[in-house]
Design a protein around this ligand. Structure first.
Ligand SMILES: [Fe+2]
Ligand SMILES: [Fe+2]
Length: 208
């Protein structure tokens, strides 16, 4: 694709994330899970945590899009596109749960989207083994972050839990996929920088 075609595709995909309500292609994991009565405090906690997860999935869209767009090999691009489709469902599920909780997405999403897009592009341009290394580290961090949410979500919020559990399994599979595609070993300072960025995202999205 020419740079212009790439730019148009990137713009079109960002419109899909922000301008239209995300529609999942697979069943909602909370579909048959009872929506139990929750206190205002619990609902607020769940709303904050699911807002963080929603922002994480907005970032995932940006990352996967730029990582696929600038991937060196066509097979790498295909693998990224496949995982991105699952991430699209995650985005739709988080949006749906936020709505059910009477809450809203983060106001900072466009900022995180832009930042993630640039980070994904940089890792892809460094070559496929670094593209995969970045993916492994991102997904492993998301996996452990979702694990912490299984402890912090109110116990009665069975619907959010069902969504987080499904996402966690799929994030782990995305990391495994990237590892099996010859991911380089990410240097420790880069891992720390990614952790610090993720911390900034999760703590701000909970409130804003
Ligand atoms: Fe995800
Ligand atoms: Fe993932």
């Amino acid at each position: 694709m020419s740079p212009l075609e790439q730019a148009i595709l990137a713009f079109d995909r960002s419109l899909r994330v922000f301008a239209l309500p995300a529609r999942a292609t697979r069943p909602y994991p909370a579909e048959s899970v009872p929506d139990v009565e929750m206190s205002d405090a619990s609902r607020k906690t769940s709303g904050g945590l699911m807002r963080v997860n929603h922002t994480g999935e907005v970032c995932a869209q940006a990352l996967y899009q730029s990582q696929a767009l600038f991937a060196k090999g066509s097979d790498t691009r295909l693998a990224l596109d496949h995982a991105a489709q699952e991430e699209w469902d995650h985005l739709a599920w988080c949006a749906q749960r936020l709505k059910e909780l009477g809450d809203r997405p983060s106001f900072l999403n466009p900022l995180w989207y832009a930042g993630s897009f640039l980070m994904g592009a940089a890792s892809a341009l460094a070559g496929d083994q670094w593209n995969m290394a970045f993916l492994v580290e991102t997904e492993r961090q998301v996996e452990s972050h979702l694990d912490s949410h299984m402890s912090s979500l109110p116990t009665e919020d069975l619907r959010s839990r069902a969504i987080v559990e499904t996402m966690q399994k799929e994030e782990a599979a995305h990391a495994d996929m990237a590892e099996s595609r010859g991911a380089a070993v990410m240097p420790a300072p880069l891992k720390l920088a990614m952790q610090a960025t993720a911390k900034l995202m999760t703590s701000s999205a909970y409130w804003v």
